[in-house]
Design a binder for this molecule. Structure first.
Ligand code: ADQ
Length: 483
């Protein structure tokens, strides 16, 4: 019987080694949830890195770890500290991530990073080859593993391989600056189906394939040797029900069951009932435009001083890739900006910005989503941006305004949001004013459409549509072969 093999940089399980022994806790992230329908029962296997390097895994625990992962339908790829340094922190996050988010000046074209990326992609491919049969269907995820499809296809030409990119694919003019551009494209073309969040990323990819490899491209089919590779867009959704149910439960929670954070938010509301809460949540990443947002907020308060003491900006930034120098610099820049703006504008009764630099438990995310009048998300580039969708999903009474950057993939599906250009401070100041004064009826009308769409195209539908397209592709090939 055929099985589905999912492969991503990280496994959907967190391993922890402590004095008490080993624990393996399933992750609750979007990808892990979305893949639930694909990764269930005994017919699927998830291959990835466990998060612990070879140096961190005591030999005595090796078998126990493998067994614990097996119980979750997972199998680990072994990586050394050196692998992680060059492959993950190096090529993935210092070359590809900035380049694909149009931060060309941050991109480091280091031969050592590239060489380690190749070695580690081969380790992932070998792990698949060890476990996969000819009939199996393989789904490779994201920019860390772009060479894997070709490495597997070469050895198993009849296996169906799908690849999904979670970040933008940049325009040809940006992509062609990569010294190893042909190798990366060829790596991806080992797939039978390549998926992107939006039609634009798909178009950029097809253009790069045509211009750099000179391949025949017709509509969204690429012809390579005797194969046809399908390229399509699959905008990723969220687990709508999970966010919705959590927001309903949150509403029904008794007074004495509230979190400390909710208590603080409620106290704030009680002491200043006219003050609007503006929320932004992101990983601390330069692609998310956090520093620009802070400057735009200051600009807004100067342009419309009547809103001083009437608004509060909550910035929640999750620590991320903190050993990459650009992220350390950004952290310092944001710390300083928050300090300066609060220092200059605060009054005895009012601090304009509340800044949290940490990951919060799910319950607290719901506290913030449900308590905020406005969500303001200003990525300079973002493959999709799930926070925008999560905020809307939690608005049980349909009030709340989403201000969203046009540069996020999600903007294509969220037309009823107030869409802004994150570089245009004038427009953002006016949009903030518009959001603060927007009548409830208008908020509700906009959110009604957004919620309907989010409910229909949830993350499970996303995963199923991708898998169906991959199955359909392999069925067509079977027919062609039998002719
Ligand atoms: P990310 O860049 O991580 O994902 P995003 O899509 O917004 O961006 O997902 C972030 C997730 O982290 C959300 O589910 C959010 O709830 C959670 N989160 C954020 N802050 C948190 C905090 N402080 N504590 C706990 N959880 C927090 C990449 C791409 C995106 C693409 C996704 C999915 O960069 O463009 O949308 O993959 O493909």
């Amino acid at each position: 019987m055929s099985k589905t093999i999912i492969i991503s940089n990280r496994l959907p399980v967190q391993l922890q080694i402590s004095d008490g022994g080993l624990s393996a806790i399933p992750s609750v992230g979007g990808l892990a949830t979305g893949m639930k329908s694909v990764h269930s029962g005994g017919e699927s296997l998830w291959i990835g890195w466990s998060g612990l390097t070879d140096e961190e895994i005591p030999e005595s625990l090796e078998n126990e770890i493998d067994k614990a992962l097996e119980n979750h339908g997972c199998s680990k790829v072994r990586l050394t500290e050196n692998d992680v340094e060059g492959f993950y922190f190096g090529f993935s996050n210092r070359t590809i991530w900035p380049l694909f988010h149009y931060f060309l000046e941050y991109s480091e074209f280091e031969l050592d990073f590239w060489n380690t990326y190749k070695v580690v992609n081969q380790k992932f491919a070998d792990a698949i080859l060890e476990q996969a049969g000819d009939e199996d269907i393989i789904w490779v995820h994201d920019y860390q593993l772009m060479l894997v499809p070709q490495m597997v296809k070469e050895k198993r030409p009849n296996t169906s391989i799908g690849f999904f990119l979670h970040i933008p694919f940049p325009s040809y003019e940006i992509f062609r600056t990569l010294p190893w551009r042909e190798e990366v494209l060829q790596g991806l073309l080992g797939s039978d189906l390549i998926g992107f969040h939006t039609y634009d990323y798909e178009r950029h990819f097809l253009s790069s394939v045509r211009r750099l490899l000179g391949l025949d491209v017709s509509f969204n089919d690429i012809y390579l040797d005797n194969r046809v590779i399908k390229v399509d867009s699959f905008p990723m959704g969220i687990d709508y029900k999970k966010f919705r149910d959590a927001a309903v439960a949150h509403e029904e929670r008794k007074e004495n069951n509230k979190s400390d954070l909710q208590q603080k938010l409620d106290n704030h509301k009680a002491s200043a009932p006219d003050t609007k809460l503006i929320l932004s949540i992101d990983r601390l990443d330069y692609s998310k435009g956090i520093a620009k947002r802070l400057n735009a907020f200051e600009y807004f308060l100067n342009k419309y001083p009547e809103y001083k003491e009437k608004v509060r900006l909550i910035i929640l930034a999750v620590p991320s890739r903190s050993n990459v120098p650009q992220y350390q610099l950004l952290k310092r820049e944001i710390d300083e900006l928050v300090g300066r703006i609060n220092g200059e504008l605060s009054t005895v009764n009012w601090t304009p910005i509340w800044y949290f630099y940490r990951s919060l438990p799910f319950e607290n995310l719901i506290d913030l989503y449900t308590s905020s009048d406005i969500a303001w998300l200003t990525p300079l580039r973002d493959g999709m941006n799930l926070v925008a969708k999560e905020y809307v999903a939690t608005r049980t009474d349909k009030t709340g305004v989403l201000i969203l950057s046009e540069m996020a993939g999600s903007a294509y599906e969220m037309n009823e949001a107030l869409l802004i250009n994150p570089n245009n401070f004038e427009q953002q100041a006016d949009t903030l004013k518009n959001a603060i004064t927007m009548p409830k009826e208008e908020q509700m009308a906009r959110n009604m459409f957004l919620q309907k769409r989010l409910e229909r195209y949830n993350v499970e539908v996303w995963a199923n549509e991708f898998m169906n397209a991959l199955h359909k592709k392999s069925d067509v090939e079977d027919v062609n072969i039998s002719r």
